[in-house]
Write a new protein. Sequence first.
Lengths: 112, 108
Amino acid sequence: SQTIHQWPATLVQPVGSPLSLECTVEGTSNPNLYWYRQAAGRGLQLLFYSVGIGQISSEVPQNLSASRPQDRQFILSSKKLLLSDSGFYLCAWGQDNNEKLFFGSGTQLSVL
Amino acid sequence: SQQGEEDPQALSIQEGENATMNCSYKTSINNLQWYRQNSGRGLVHLILIRSNEREKHSGRLRVTLDTSKKSSSLLITASRAADTASYFCATDNTPLVFGKGTRLSVIA
């Protein structure tokens, strides 16, 4: 069966520090991978999506970046965090037709 | 990318009552999905309805789709406190985008 792992669950980082959030998927191949961010009590903002290794599309210009070094690994990074980067980050995967997305358990990031 | 827009933004009902939330979209679709998000958790897929379907059921969930009005509704019957969550719709796009959701509170 397919599973998705996302870590860490919570993270507190100072402004200006780097960030690396990792997401891995098991039990499937060539998934579409997504990073979303959710501000407190708000909807989901699509940050990045990937349809294959090395193929990253950015939906919103910001100081975040994403990479897909392996088929089932998706990494969200920042060189210098801003206060506005605080939020709940969700990784998700789906097959080609995107008829069902599977979400990770999320990372609550607080930038202080 | 098109996103669905859920309505109302928030809904509060008593346990046992039915809850109805709506989703509107702007362009033609092949399918529409509904997801649930419990506080502090990831989204969970509830149901998908295709453009050639008008109604679909799954347990206490009933989803309708009106392609002429570009809208869908999600009905939860006999609601329970455990149904308290945010509900999101998404249309068939790559990438999949979500609206702001409907926050449902079921009061015991």
